[in-house]
Design a protein around this ligand. Structure first.
Ligand code: SF4
Length: 477
Protein backbone atom coordinates (compact mmCIF):
# COMPACT_ATOMS: atom_id res chain seq x y z
CA UNK A 1 0.00 0.00 0.00
CA UNK A 2 1.21 3.49 -0.80
CA UNK A 3 1.06 6.04 1.99
CA UNK A 4 0.62 9.74 1.34
CA UNK A 5 0.74 10.90 4.92
CA UNK A 6 1.26 14.63 4.37
CA UNK A 7 -1.57 14.69 1.85
CA UNK A 8 0.80 15.99 -0.79
CA UNK A 9 -1.15 16.31 -4.05
CA UNK A 10 -0.26 13.46 -6.41
CA UNK A 11 -0.39 15.52 -9.57
CA UNK A 12 1.89 18.02 -11.23
CA UNK A 13 1.29 21.65 -12.01
CA UNK A 14 2.63 24.12 -14.49
CA UNK A 15 3.62 27.39 -12.96
CA UNK A 16 1.85 29.95 -15.09
CA UNK A 17 0.34 31.18 -18.32
CA UNK A 18 0.96 34.60 -19.86
CA UNK A 19 -0.91 36.68 -22.40
CA UNK A 20 -0.43 40.17 -23.86
CA UNK A 21 -2.13 42.29 -26.53
CA UNK A 22 -1.43 45.60 -28.27
CA UNK A 23 -4.25 46.84 -30.51
CA UNK A 24 -2.71 49.38 -32.88
CA UNK A 25 -6.17 50.64 -33.88
CA UNK A 26 -6.83 51.71 -30.29
CA UNK A 27 -9.60 49.24 -29.45
CA UNK A 28 -10.03 48.00 -25.87
CA UNK A 29 -8.18 44.72 -25.27
CA UNK A 30 -9.54 43.53 -21.92
CA UNK A 31 -12.01 41.02 -23.33
CA UNK A 32 -9.32 39.55 -25.61
CA UNK A 33 -7.06 39.08 -22.58
CA UNK A 34 -9.94 37.52 -20.64
CA UNK A 35 -10.59 34.96 -23.39
CA UNK A 36 -6.87 34.28 -23.69
CA UNK A 37 -6.51 33.66 -19.95
CA UNK A 38 -9.59 31.47 -20.00
CA UNK A 39 -7.87 29.29 -22.61
CA UNK A 40 -4.72 29.16 -20.46
CA UNK A 41 -6.52 28.28 -17.21
CA UNK A 42 -4.97 24.79 -17.15
CA UNK A 43 -1.55 26.41 -16.63
CA UNK A 44 -2.51 27.95 -13.29
CA UNK A 45 -5.63 27.98 -11.14
CA UNK A 46 -4.56 29.75 -7.94
CA UNK A 47 -4.74 33.36 -9.07
CA UNK A 48 -5.01 35.55 -12.12
CA UNK A 49 -4.80 39.16 -13.18
CA UNK A 50 -5.07 41.68 -15.99
CA UNK A 51 -3.32 45.07 -16.35
CA UNK A 52 -4.19 47.46 -19.19
CA UNK A 53 -3.14 50.88 -20.36
CA UNK A 54 -3.88 53.35 -23.14
CA UNK A 55 -0.96 54.04 -25.48
CA UNK A 56 -2.54 57.36 -26.41
CA UNK A 57 -3.28 58.36 -22.81
CA UNK A 58 -1.01 59.69 -20.06
CA UNK A 59 2.12 57.57 -19.59
CA UNK A 60 2.05 55.32 -16.57
CA UNK A 61 -1.71 55.16 -16.08
CA UNK A 62 -2.31 51.45 -15.63
CA UNK A 63 -5.59 49.86 -14.59
CA UNK A 64 -5.39 46.40 -13.11
CA UNK A 65 -7.47 43.74 -11.48
CA UNK A 66 -6.00 40.70 -9.72
CA UNK A 67 -7.32 38.09 -7.37
CA UNK A 68 -7.17 34.56 -5.99
CA UNK A 69 -9.16 32.02 -7.96
CA UNK A 70 -10.15 31.08 -11.48
CA UNK A 71 -10.53 33.54 -14.35
CA UNK A 72 -14.30 33.06 -14.20
CA UNK A 73 -14.29 33.83 -10.44
CA UNK A 74 -11.98 36.87 -10.31
CA UNK A 75 -13.23 39.13 -13.12
CA UNK A 76 -16.73 40.54 -12.81
CA UNK A 77 -18.50 42.36 -15.67
CA UNK A 78 -18.14 45.64 -13.71
CA UNK A 79 -14.38 45.18 -13.37
CA UNK A 80 -14.07 44.33 -17.05
CA UNK A 81 -15.94 47.54 -17.91
CA UNK A 82 -13.46 49.60 -15.93
CA UNK A 83 -10.35 48.10 -17.55
CA UNK A 84 -10.12 50.39 -20.57
CA UNK A 85 -7.02 50.44 -22.71
CA UNK A 86 -5.60 49.22 -26.01
CA UNK A 87 -2.52 47.51 -24.56
CA UNK A 88 -2.43 44.99 -21.74
CA UNK A 89 -1.04 41.85 -20.18
CA UNK A 90 -2.63 39.00 -18.26
CA UNK A 91 -1.54 36.09 -16.12
CA UNK A 92 -2.77 32.85 -14.57
CA UNK A 93 -0.69 31.47 -11.74
CA UNK A 94 0.13 28.31 -9.87
CA UNK A 95 2.92 28.86 -7.33
CA UNK A 96 6.03 26.71 -7.61
CA UNK A 97 8.18 29.44 -6.02
CA UNK A 98 6.78 32.07 -3.72
CA UNK A 99 3.73 31.43 -1.60
CA UNK A 100 0.17 31.37 -2.87
CA UNK A 101 -1.13 34.77 -1.76
CA UNK A 102 -2.69 37.91 -3.14
CA UNK A 103 0.70 39.72 -2.80
CA UNK A 104 2.23 37.35 -5.33
CA UNK A 105 -0.46 37.61 -7.98
CA UNK A 106 0.53 38.93 -11.39
CA UNK A 107 0.84 40.96 -13.57
CA UNK A 108 3.26 42.85 -11.40
CA UNK A 109 2.88 46.60 -11.94
CA UNK A 110 5.95 48.68 -11.17
CA UNK A 111 6.32 52.46 -11.23
CA UNK A 112 9.81 53.79 -11.76
CA UNK A 113 11.54 56.87 -13.10
CA UNK A 114 10.89 56.05 -16.77
CA UNK A 115 7.21 55.23 -16.33
CA UNK A 116 5.37 52.00 -15.62
CA UNK A 117 6.12 48.37 -16.34
CA UNK A 118 3.61 45.54 -16.04
CA UNK A 119 5.11 42.05 -16.11
CA UNK A 120 3.71 38.55 -16.43
CA UNK A 121 6.11 35.62 -16.09
CA UNK A 122 6.03 31.86 -16.68
CA UNK A 123 8.98 29.85 -15.36
CA UNK A 124 11.46 29.90 -12.49
CA UNK A 125 14.87 31.51 -12.19
CA UNK A 126 17.58 29.43 -10.56
CA UNK A 127 19.68 32.41 -9.42
CA UNK A 128 16.93 34.36 -7.65
CA UNK A 129 18.66 34.47 -4.22
CA UNK A 130 21.84 35.99 -5.68
CA UNK A 131 19.94 38.50 -7.83
CA UNK A 132 17.71 39.45 -4.93
CA UNK A 133 20.63 39.96 -2.54
CA UNK A 134 22.35 42.14 -5.14
CA UNK A 135 19.29 44.38 -5.22
CA UNK A 136 18.68 44.36 -1.46
CA UNK A 137 22.26 45.43 -0.73
CA UNK A 138 21.68 48.49 -2.91
CA UNK A 139 18.49 49.49 -1.14
CA UNK A 140 15.69 47.61 -2.93
CA UNK A 141 12.63 46.74 -0.86
CA UNK A 142 10.52 43.84 -2.07
CA UNK A 143 6.77 43.60 -1.81
CA UNK A 144 6.42 40.00 -2.99
CA UNK A 145 8.29 36.71 -2.62
CA UNK A 146 8.29 35.89 -6.33
CA UNK A 147 11.22 35.92 -8.71
CA UNK A 148 9.17 38.03 -11.15
CA UNK A 149 9.74 41.07 -8.94
CA UNK A 150 13.49 40.43 -9.12
CA UNK A 151 13.24 40.38 -12.93
CA UNK A 152 11.19 43.58 -12.90
CA UNK A 153 13.70 45.39 -10.69
CA UNK A 154 16.62 44.34 -12.87
CA UNK A 155 14.84 45.54 -16.01
CA UNK A 156 13.99 48.85 -14.31
CA UNK A 157 17.63 49.33 -13.26
CA UNK A 158 18.97 48.47 -16.70
CA UNK A 159 16.48 50.90 -18.23
CA UNK A 160 18.36 53.79 -16.62
CA UNK A 161 21.39 52.92 -18.79
CA UNK A 162 19.51 51.86 -21.92
CA UNK A 163 18.00 53.84 -24.77
CA UNK A 164 14.87 51.69 -24.93
CA UNK A 165 12.82 49.34 -22.75
CA UNK A 166 13.62 46.37 -25.00
CA UNK A 167 17.34 47.07 -24.71
CA UNK A 168 16.90 47.05 -20.92
CA UNK A 169 15.19 43.64 -21.16
CA UNK A 170 18.10 42.22 -23.17
CA UNK A 171 20.60 43.63 -20.67
CA UNK A 172 18.65 42.22 -17.72
CA UNK A 173 18.39 38.82 -19.43
CA UNK A 174 22.19 38.54 -19.37
CA UNK A 175 21.92 38.36 -15.57
CA UNK A 176 18.98 35.96 -15.39
CA UNK A 177 19.55 32.23 -15.21
CA UNK A 178 16.68 29.79 -15.52
CA UNK A 179 13.32 29.58 -17.21
CA UNK A 180 11.26 32.59 -18.20
CA UNK A 181 8.69 33.43 -20.80
CA UNK A 182 7.79 37.07 -20.20
CA UNK A 183 5.22 39.51 -21.51
CA UNK A 184 5.90 43.09 -20.50
CA UNK A 185 3.81 46.20 -21.01
CA UNK A 186 5.65 49.53 -21.09
CA UNK A 187 3.62 52.70 -21.66
CA UNK A 188 3.92 52.52 -25.46
CA UNK A 189 5.19 48.98 -26.18
CA UNK A 190 4.41 45.33 -25.68
CA UNK A 191 7.53 43.23 -25.18
CA UNK A 192 7.91 39.44 -25.19
CA UNK A 193 11.01 37.55 -24.09
CA UNK A 194 11.93 33.90 -23.85
CA UNK A 195 14.96 32.54 -22.01
CA UNK A 196 17.80 31.30 -24.24
CA UNK A 197 17.02 27.63 -23.45
CA UNK A 198 13.39 28.16 -24.46
CA UNK A 199 12.07 26.09 -21.55
CA UNK A 200 8.49 27.23 -21.86
CA UNK A 201 6.49 28.33 -24.90
CA UNK A 202 5.66 31.84 -26.07
CA UNK A 203 4.05 32.59 -29.42
CA UNK A 204 2.98 35.59 -31.47
CA UNK A 205 -0.41 36.03 -33.09
CA UNK A 206 -2.37 38.73 -34.88
CA UNK A 207 -6.02 39.64 -35.22
CA UNK A 208 -6.78 42.55 -37.53
CA UNK A 209 -4.38 45.22 -36.29
CA UNK A 210 -3.85 43.73 -32.84
CA UNK A 211 -0.68 41.81 -31.97
CA UNK A 212 -0.84 39.09 -29.33
CA UNK A 213 1.74 37.24 -27.24
CA UNK A 214 0.59 34.03 -25.54
CA UNK A 215 1.92 30.99 -23.73
CA UNK A 216 0.09 28.64 -26.08
CA UNK A 217 -1.29 28.76 -29.59
CA UNK A 218 -4.62 27.49 -28.19
CA UNK A 219 -5.01 30.90 -26.52
CA UNK A 220 -4.57 32.60 -29.91
CA UNK A 221 -7.42 30.46 -31.25
CA UNK A 222 -9.60 31.49 -28.29
CA UNK A 223 -8.88 35.14 -29.11
CA UNK A 224 -9.76 34.51 -32.77
CA UNK A 225 -6.20 35.43 -33.77
CA UNK A 226 -3.96 33.81 -36.36
CA UNK A 227 -0.65 32.30 -35.37
CA UNK A 228 2.35 34.22 -36.73
CA UNK A 229 5.29 32.40 -35.17
CA UNK A 230 6.91 31.27 -31.92
CA UNK A 231 9.19 33.67 -30.07
CA UNK A 232 12.64 32.08 -30.47
CA UNK A 233 14.54 30.85 -27.43
CA UNK A 234 16.61 33.88 -26.34
CA UNK A 235 14.66 36.32 -28.50
CA UNK A 236 13.16 39.63 -27.37
CA UNK A 237 10.29 40.89 -29.53
CA UNK A 238 8.98 44.41 -29.25
CA UNK A 239 5.65 45.52 -30.66
CA UNK A 240 4.98 49.22 -31.17
CA UNK A 241 2.87 51.29 -33.56
CA UNK A 242 5.22 50.30 -36.41
CA UNK A 243 4.78 46.53 -35.91
CA UNK A 244 7.09 43.75 -34.60
CA UNK A 245 10.81 44.27 -33.99
CA UNK A 246 13.17 41.54 -32.85
CA UNK A 247 16.48 41.21 -30.99
CA UNK A 248 18.11 37.81 -31.42
CA UNK A 249 21.49 38.62 -29.89
CA UNK A 250 20.95 36.04 -27.11
CA UNK A 251 19.73 33.25 -29.44
CA UNK A 252 22.97 31.39 -29.51
CA UNK A 253 22.97 28.33 -27.35
CA UNK A 254 21.66 24.82 -26.91
CA UNK A 255 17.87 24.71 -26.68
CA UNK A 256 16.17 22.84 -23.83
CA UNK A 257 12.39 22.97 -24.24
CA UNK A 258 10.49 21.33 -21.40
CA UNK A 259 9.53 17.93 -22.82
CA UNK A 260 6.82 17.62 -20.19
CA UNK A 261 4.93 20.47 -21.88
CA UNK A 262 4.25 17.99 -24.70
CA UNK A 263 3.52 15.04 -22.42
CA UNK A 264 1.21 16.77 -19.97
CA UNK A 265 1.17 20.54 -19.39
CA UNK A 266 0.19 22.08 -22.71
CA UNK A 267 -3.23 21.72 -24.28
CA UNK A 268 -3.46 19.10 -27.05
CA UNK A 269 -4.67 21.80 -29.46
CA UNK A 270 -1.43 23.77 -28.99
CA UNK A 271 1.61 23.70 -31.26
CA UNK A 272 4.83 24.35 -29.36
CA UNK A 273 7.84 25.34 -31.50
CA UNK A 274 6.30 23.76 -34.57
CA UNK A 275 5.40 20.42 -32.95
CA UNK A 276 1.75 19.54 -32.37
CA UNK A 277 1.15 18.54 -28.75
CA UNK A 278 -1.64 16.20 -29.88
CA UNK A 279 0.57 14.45 -32.43
CA UNK A 280 3.38 14.05 -29.90
CA UNK A 281 0.95 12.33 -27.50
CA UNK A 282 -0.36 10.05 -30.25
CA UNK A 283 3.25 9.19 -31.05
CA UNK A 284 4.03 8.48 -27.37
CA UNK A 285 1.15 5.97 -27.36
CA UNK A 286 2.38 4.35 -30.56
CA UNK A 287 5.90 4.01 -29.11
CA UNK A 288 4.47 2.43 -25.93
CA UNK A 289 2.57 -0.11 -28.06
CA UNK A 290 5.82 -0.98 -29.84
CA UNK A 291 7.97 -1.21 -26.72
CA UNK A 292 5.43 -2.59 -24.22
CA UNK A 293 2.90 -4.68 -26.16
CA UNK A 294 0.30 -6.74 -24.31
CA UNK A 295 -2.73 -8.89 -25.19
CA UNK A 296 -5.79 -6.82 -24.26
CA UNK A 297 -9.41 -6.05 -25.22
CA UNK A 298 -9.56 -2.27 -24.79
CA UNK A 299 -7.20 0.72 -24.41
CA UNK A 300 -8.32 3.59 -22.18
CA UNK A 301 -6.68 6.91 -21.31
CA UNK A 302 -6.73 8.76 -17.99
CA UNK A 303 -8.12 12.21 -18.85
CA UNK A 304 -7.04 14.55 -20.13
CA UNK A 305 -3.54 14.01 -21.40
CA UNK A 306 -3.75 10.19 -21.34
CA UNK A 307 -6.49 10.17 -23.97
CA UNK A 308 -4.43 11.01 -27.05
CA UNK A 309 -1.65 8.63 -25.97
CA UNK A 310 -4.28 5.89 -25.48
CA UNK A 311 -5.58 6.49 -28.99
CA UNK A 312 -2.02 6.21 -30.32
CA UNK A 313 -1.52 2.93 -28.45
CA UNK A 314 -4.84 1.56 -29.75
CA UNK A 315 -4.04 2.54 -33.36
CA UNK A 316 -0.59 0.98 -33.22
CA UNK A 317 -1.67 -2.20 -31.42
CA UNK A 318 -4.95 -2.72 -33.31
CA UNK A 319 -6.88 -2.88 -30.02
CA UNK A 320 -10.20 -0.98 -29.67
CA UNK A 321 -10.02 2.43 -27.95
CA UNK A 322 -12.56 3.10 -25.21
CA UNK A 323 -13.61 6.08 -23.09
CA UNK A 324 -13.64 4.49 -19.66
CA UNK A 325 -13.48 7.61 -17.52
CA UNK A 326 -15.99 10.37 -16.93
CA UNK A 327 -14.22 13.44 -15.60
CA UNK A 328 -15.73 16.18 -13.51
CA UNK A 329 -14.25 19.30 -15.10
CA UNK A 330 -15.62 21.60 -12.42
CA UNK A 331 -13.24 20.64 -9.62
CA UNK A 332 -11.54 24.01 -9.24
CA UNK A 333 -9.69 25.89 -6.53
CA UNK A 334 -12.75 26.07 -4.33
CA UNK A 335 -12.89 22.28 -4.12
CA UNK A 336 -12.46 21.42 -0.44
CA UNK A 337 -9.72 18.83 -0.11
CA UNK A 338 -10.99 15.76 1.75
CA UNK A 339 -9.78 15.12 5.27
CA UNK A 340 -7.54 12.14 6.04
CA UNK A 341 -10.52 9.89 6.61
CA UNK A 342 -12.05 10.89 3.28
CA UNK A 343 -8.96 10.66 1.12
CA UNK A 344 -9.92 7.53 -0.71
CA UNK A 345 -12.77 9.38 -2.34
CA UNK A 346 -10.78 12.39 -3.64
CA UNK A 347 -9.95 10.74 -6.97
CA UNK A 348 -13.51 9.48 -7.28
CA UNK A 349 -14.82 13.04 -7.14
CA UNK A 350 -12.71 13.90 -10.16
CA UNK A 351 -13.03 10.64 -12.08
CA UNK A 352 -15.62 7.92 -12.42
CA UNK A 353 -15.32 4.65 -14.36
CA UNK A 354 -17.85 3.34 -16.87
CA UNK A 355 -18.28 -0.42 -16.20
CA UNK A 356 -19.85 -0.67 -19.67
CA UNK A 357 -16.39 -0.09 -21.17
CA UNK A 358 -14.19 -2.26 -18.94
CA UNK A 359 -16.25 -5.03 -17.27
CA UNK A 360 -14.96 -8.48 -18.15
CA UNK A 361 -12.13 -6.99 -20.23
CA UNK A 362 -8.34 -6.93 -20.21
CA UNK A 363 -7.62 -3.21 -20.06
CA UNK A 364 -4.58 -1.18 -21.11
CA UNK A 365 -4.67 2.04 -19.09
CA UNK A 366 -2.54 4.95 -20.33
CA UNK A 367 -1.55 7.80 -18.04
CA UNK A 368 0.96 10.60 -18.54
CA UNK A 369 3.06 10.05 -15.42
CA UNK A 370 3.34 8.52 -11.97
CA UNK A 371 4.50 10.96 -9.31
CA UNK A 372 3.92 9.38 -5.89
CA UNK A 373 1.76 6.54 -7.09
CA UNK A 374 -1.26 7.17 -4.86
CA UNK A 375 -3.54 8.30 -7.70
CA UNK A 376 -2.44 5.49 -10.03
CA UNK A 377 -3.19 2.92 -7.34
CA UNK A 378 -6.69 4.34 -6.86
CA UNK A 379 -7.45 4.41 -10.58
CA UNK A 380 -6.29 0.81 -11.07
CA UNK A 381 -8.48 -0.19 -8.14
CA UNK A 382 -11.45 1.67 -9.63
CA UNK A 383 -11.02 -0.15 -12.95
CA UNK A 384 -10.87 -3.52 -11.22
CA UNK A 385 -13.90 -2.67 -9.08
CA UNK A 386 -15.75 -1.87 -12.30
CA UNK A 387 -15.02 -5.40 -13.53
CA UNK A 388 -11.73 -5.15 -15.48
CA UNK A 389 -10.12 -8.60 -15.39
CA UNK A 390 -6.60 -7.25 -15.96
CA UNK A 391 -5.19 -3.72 -15.86
CA UNK A 392 -1.96 -3.09 -17.77
CA UNK A 393 -0.60 0.39 -17.02
CA UNK A 394 1.43 2.24 -19.65
CA UNK A 395 2.96 5.64 -18.88
CA UNK A 396 3.63 8.15 -21.67
CA UNK A 397 6.73 9.54 -19.95
CA UNK A 398 9.86 8.00 -18.41
CA UNK A 399 9.95 7.52 -14.60
CA UNK A 400 10.41 10.76 -12.63
CA UNK A 401 13.70 10.57 -10.74
CA UNK A 402 14.80 14.19 -10.18
CA UNK A 403 13.16 17.49 -9.20
CA UNK A 404 12.46 20.35 -11.61
CA UNK A 405 13.79 23.86 -10.97
CA UNK A 406 12.41 25.48 -14.10
CA UNK A 407 8.79 26.28 -13.38
CA UNK A 408 7.02 23.00 -12.71
CA UNK A 409 6.53 21.29 -9.39
CA UNK A 410 8.18 17.90 -9.98
CA UNK A 411 9.20 17.35 -6.34
CA UNK A 412 12.46 16.19 -4.81
CA UNK A 413 13.58 12.62 -5.32
CA UNK A 414 12.47 11.19 -1.99
CA UNK A 415 8.85 12.11 -2.83
CA UNK A 416 8.98 10.35 -6.21
CA UNK A 417 7.96 6.70 -6.22
CA UNK A 418 10.42 5.79 -9.00
CA UNK A 419 13.29 7.21 -6.95
CA UNK A 420 12.78 4.55 -4.28
CA UNK A 421 11.29 1.62 -6.18
CA UNK A 422 11.98 -0.48 -9.28
CA UNK A 423 9.39 -0.68 -12.06
CA UNK A 424 8.36 -4.14 -10.80
CA UNK A 425 7.93 -2.79 -7.25
CA UNK A 426 5.84 0.14 -8.54
CA UNK A 427 3.68 -2.29 -10.55
CA UNK A 428 3.06 -4.23 -7.38
CA UNK A 429 2.38 -1.09 -5.30
CA UNK A 430 -0.22 0.30 -7.71
CA UNK A 431 -1.85 -3.10 -8.16
CA UNK A 432 -1.34 -3.34 -11.94
CA UNK A 433 -0.89 -6.58 -13.87
CA UNK A 434 1.96 -5.06 -15.87
CA UNK A 435 3.64 -1.66 -16.10
CA UNK A 436 5.66 -0.01 -18.85
CA UNK A 437 7.10 3.49 -19.24
CA UNK A 438 8.14 5.46 -22.31
CA UNK A 439 11.93 5.25 -22.51
CA UNK A 440 14.17 8.33 -22.40
CA UNK A 441 15.73 7.17 -25.68
CA UNK A 442 12.37 7.48 -27.50
CA UNK A 443 11.49 11.02 -26.31
CA UNK A 444 13.04 12.50 -29.45
CA UNK A 445 10.88 10.19 -31.63
CA UNK A 446 7.84 11.48 -29.76
CA UNK A 447 8.79 15.00 -30.95
CA UNK A 448 9.33 13.94 -34.57
CA UNK A 449 13.12 13.79 -34.20
CA UNK A 450 13.60 17.10 -32.35
CA UNK A 451 16.50 16.86 -29.90
CA UNK A 452 16.44 20.34 -28.33
CA UNK A 453 14.57 19.48 -25.16
CA UNK A 454 15.06 19.26 -21.40
CA UNK A 455 14.55 15.83 -19.83
CA UNK A 456 16.27 16.56 -16.51
CA UNK A 457 13.48 15.26 -14.27
CA UNK A 458 13.96 11.85 -15.94
CA UNK A 459 17.75 11.85 -16.44
CA UNK A 460 19.28 14.35 -14.00
CA UNK A 461 20.99 16.03 -16.99
CA UNK A 462 20.15 19.60 -16.08
CA UNK A 463 20.73 22.12 -18.87
CA UNK A 464 21.64 24.66 -16.15
CA UNK A 465 23.43 23.84 -12.93
CA UNK A 466 20.71 23.23 -10.28
CA UNK A 467 20.50 26.00 -7.65
CA UNK A 468 22.60 25.58 -4.53
CA UNK A 469 20.09 27.54 -2.45
CA UNK A 470 16.38 27.06 -1.89
CA UNK A 471 14.51 28.85 -4.67
CA UNK A 472 11.07 27.75 -3.55
CA UNK A 473 9.82 30.19 -0.98
CA UNK A 474 13.07 31.23 0.71
CA UNK A 475 11.70 34.66 1.61
CA UNK A 476 8.49 33.64 3.26
CA UNK A 477 9.58 33.68 6.89
S1 SF4 B 1 13.08 19.17 -15.48
FE1 SF4 B 1 11.32 18.11 -16.44
S2 SF4 B 1 9.51 19.37 -15.93
FE2 SF4 B 1 11.37 20.62 -15.56
S3 SF4 B 1 11.74 21.77 -17.47
FE3 SF4 B 1 12.96 19.90 -17.61
S4 SF4 B 1 11.57 18.40 -18.64
FE4 SF4 B 1 10.28 20.10 -17.92
Amino acid sequence: MIENNGYIPDELHEECGVFGVYDLDGNDVVSTIYFGLFALQHRGQESCGIAVSDTNGPKGKVRSCKGMGLVSEVFTPEQMESLNGNIGVGHVRYSTAGESSIHNTQPLVLNYVKGTLALAHNGNLVNTPQLRRELEYTGAIFQTTIDTEVIAYHIARERLNSKTAEEAVVRAMKKLSGAYSLVIMSPRKLIGARDPFGFHPLCIGKRDNAYILASETAALNAADAEFIRDVLPGEVVMIDEKGIHSDTSLCNQKIAKCVFEYIYFARPDTRFDGVSVYNSRIMAGRILAQTHPVEADVVVGVPDSGNAAALGYALEAGIPFGMAFVKNSYVGRTFIKPKQSMRASSVRIKLNVLPEVVAGKRVVMIDDSIVRGTTSAKIVKMLKSAGATEVHVRISSPPFLYPCYFGTDVPTGDQLIAHKHSVEEIRDLIGADSLGYLSVERLSDMLGGDTGFCDACFTGNYPIEPPSENIRGEYEQ
